[in-house]
Design a protein around this ligand. Structure first.
Ligand code: KIV
Length: 267
């Protein structure tokens, strides 16, 4: 029997009831299934796959083709969670036509049920066109990794009054443009609380404190698989990188010493 599907309307109802939303990232079918079975509400096929899956320095090299490939695999593997495809760098910045066409590809070719875009007021026209075309859009403010070369680093955003006011304004503009939820990345907790109270749609925090309507982490961070750096906001629920290394080293030892395979593992 197929389980109940999470919709954007259900996420809104969760916020209204004060129920927290649990979101995580996935790039392929094994983790997509694990997350879905664990009860995750939203699975984001994040362009973080450029850093986590492909090993790039930033997310900027990720292409539409790569995102569509991974999003299709995840969407085909998930029954329950809302699958959101992350629009990569340059897929929506150039003009509204291209943004609309690329957003449509996530739903039509990859089976996503929503897209995510980074940015505020400057991209509100594109968000509105996508929403008008029936494409649910998730916004993303604060530390937006596609602007990393402009920011000059991965530090906390909107610590000063002017940037905080601008972020609040952007959040309201995006809500008016029709986003169904808003990711807030690496901003002060009190500001995330203010945004969450001001807008009707759910906020999903990552490094934005406990007052957001939901939380998202990169799954490989939470599982201890991505070890290149460890942001303060990541809580590791497992040490799978260490466990995998130990398991593989045990295999290497067994093969070298003739301990694998055994007669029972042979035909
Ligand atoms: O790309 C990504 O995985 C993201 C989340 C961390 C929000 O944007």
């Amino acid at each position: 029997m197929s389980r109940e599907k999470i919709t954007t309307a259900k996420l809104l109802a969760m916020k209204e009831r004060g129920e927290k939303i649990a979101a995580l990232t996935a790039y392929e079918c094994l983790f997509a299934r694990v997350l879905d079975e664990a009860g995750v509400d939203v699975i984001l096929v994040g362009d973080s796959l450029g850093m986590v899956f492909a090993g790039y320095e930033t997310t900027l090299r990720v292409t539409m083709d790569q995102m569509l490939y991974h999003t299709k695999i995840v969407a085909d593997s998930v029954e329950h969670a809302l699958v959101v495809g992350d629009m990569p760098f340059m897929s929506f910045q150039v003009n509204t036509e291209a943004a609309l066409r690329n957003a449509g590809r996530f739903l039509q070719e990859a089976g996503a049920r929503a897209v995510k875009v980074e940015g505020g007021e400057k991209i509100a026209d594109r968000v509105r066109r996508m929403v008008d075309a029936g494409i649910p859009v998730m916004g993303h403010l604060g530390l937006t990794p596609q602007s990393i070369h402009q920011f000059g680093g991965y530090g906390v955003r909107a610590k000063g009054e002017a940037e905080a006011r601008k972020l609040l304004h952007d959040a309201e503009v995006l809500e008016q443009a029709g986003v169904f939820s808003l990711v807030l990345e690496k901003i002060p907790g009190p500001l995330a609380k203010e945004v969450s109270e001001k807008i009707r749609v759910p906020t999903i925090g990552i490094g934005a404190g406990p007052h957001c309507d939901g939380q998202i982490l990169v799954t490989q961070d939470l599982l201890g698989l991505f070890e290149r750096f460890r942001p303060k906001f990541v809580r590791r629920y497992a040490e799978l990188g260490k466990a995998a290394r130990e398991a593989c080293a045990a295999y290497v030892g067994d093969v070298r010493e003739g301990g694998f395979p055994s007669i029972e593992e042979s035909f």
